[in-house]
Design a protein around this ligand. Structure first.
Ligand SMILES: Nc1ncnc2c1ncn2[C@@H]1O[C@H](COP(=O)(O)OP(=O)(O)OP(=O)(O)O)[C@@H](O)[C@H]1O
Length: 302
């Protein structure tokens, strides 16, 4: 796997003594969708600015496509599309005119504007002035600007900010299409886990300028099994509680079910085995996993 974004021990502060970004390291491989999560003020935008060479780190380094980043890395930047916070658009110009400016500056193919408008679903609104656009349409036009030049890497800071649920789904589907059909590597930030969990392959969670979690989406999901509760129903719940109580915390729940604290899939399997070995019939065994949003909140509030 080729590493597209690599940051090593990045630190930065706007004011002396305060590290807004504190020794952050991250690697994003080609074809990944990296969800960069953190509450408001955690340091996501600052990190993104550092990755794009818009701020110079006080310590550490950034490499994109294996090459060190500086403000003069024009060759590198032509391979990247970025949208930081709200898109910068000319309200008095139409969608296509906004795109045309970027296309001409970058000397891109004349067909590029209609191509990116089609990708973001704005073909029918190409000749409408941006001041008449809804927030969702502006966000999609911002994405279209970022897509000019067919970037291999897309860096999007809170691309679903301010969108309604329908707009969020549209952006999510768009990012999935770009990733699957064009192999685009994507870094997207958000402060809401639910907005990235359906699309991200990898997750980094930042709090107060430091990572509190980095790994695959699968690894984050497996945390939801930690300290989960199993609901059990057997042909003899009293006996089941006796069998399990030496190993697990068991509570009588209702007349029909007992609940057992388990902290991993392996423990769930062991509970099942203990019951079967004791000759019990297991009618129902269901894990009530922790909500991912709660896990995220616990991490960032530590
Ligand atoms: N130009 C600046 N000058 C001084 N402080 C700044 C500046 N930009 C950001 N900050 C501060 O740095 C901290 C991190 O801000 P940053 O925008 O990177 O966080 P964020 O995770 O992107 O937050 P949000 O989700 O609210 O955009 C905040 O406390 C913010 O007030």
């Amino acid at each position: 796997m080729n590493t597209v974004v690599s940051a090593t021990s990045l630190s930065f502060g706007y004011v002396p003594q305060v590290k807004t970004v504190n020794s952050i390291s991250l690697d994003i491989g080609s074809g990944q969708i990296y969800g960069f999560l953190g509450p408001n003020g955690a340091g996501k935008t600052t990190t993104i600015r550092l990755l794009l060479g818009l701020l110079s780190p006080h310590a550490g380094s950034v490499a994109l496509f294996g090459q060190p980043v500086s403000r003069k890395s024009w060759q590198l930047f032509s391979r990247i599309g970025a949208m930081i916070e709200t898109p910068s658009l000319y309200e008095h110009l139409t969608a296509v005119e906004n795109l045309e400016i970027g296309r001409r500056i970058r000397k891109l193919d004349p067909g590029m504007c209609s191509h990116v408008l089609e990708i973001v679903g704005l073909t029918a609104s190409a000749r409408i002035k941006v001041r008449e656009f809804s927030l969702g349409m502006k966000q999609r036009l911002g994405l279209a600007v970022a897509l000019l030049g067919k970037p291999e890497l897309l860096i999007l800071d809170e691309p679903t900010n301010g969108l309604d649920p329908h707009g969020i789904i549209q952006v999510r589907e768009l990012l999935q299409t770009l990733n699957q059909d064009y192999g685009t590597t994507i870094l997207m930030s958000s402060h809401i886990l639910a907005e990235v969990e359906k699309v991200a392959t990898h997750i980094g969670i930042i709090s107060k300028g430091q990572f509190v979690f980095q790994g695959t989406m699968q690894a984050l999901q497996s945390l939801s099994f930690q300290d989960s509760t199993l609901l059990l129903q057997t042909n003899d719940n009293g006996k089941a509680a006796l069998v399990l109580k030496d190993h697990y915390q068991v509570e009588a729940n209702t007349a029909q079910t007992i609940s057992v604290k388990a902290s991993s899939k392996a423990q769930t399997a062991q509970i099942c085995r203990l019951l079967c070995d004791a000759g019990l019939d297991v009618y129902h065994l269901a894990a009530t996993a922790n909500d991912l949003e709660n896990i995220f909140l616990k991490m960032v509030n530590r």
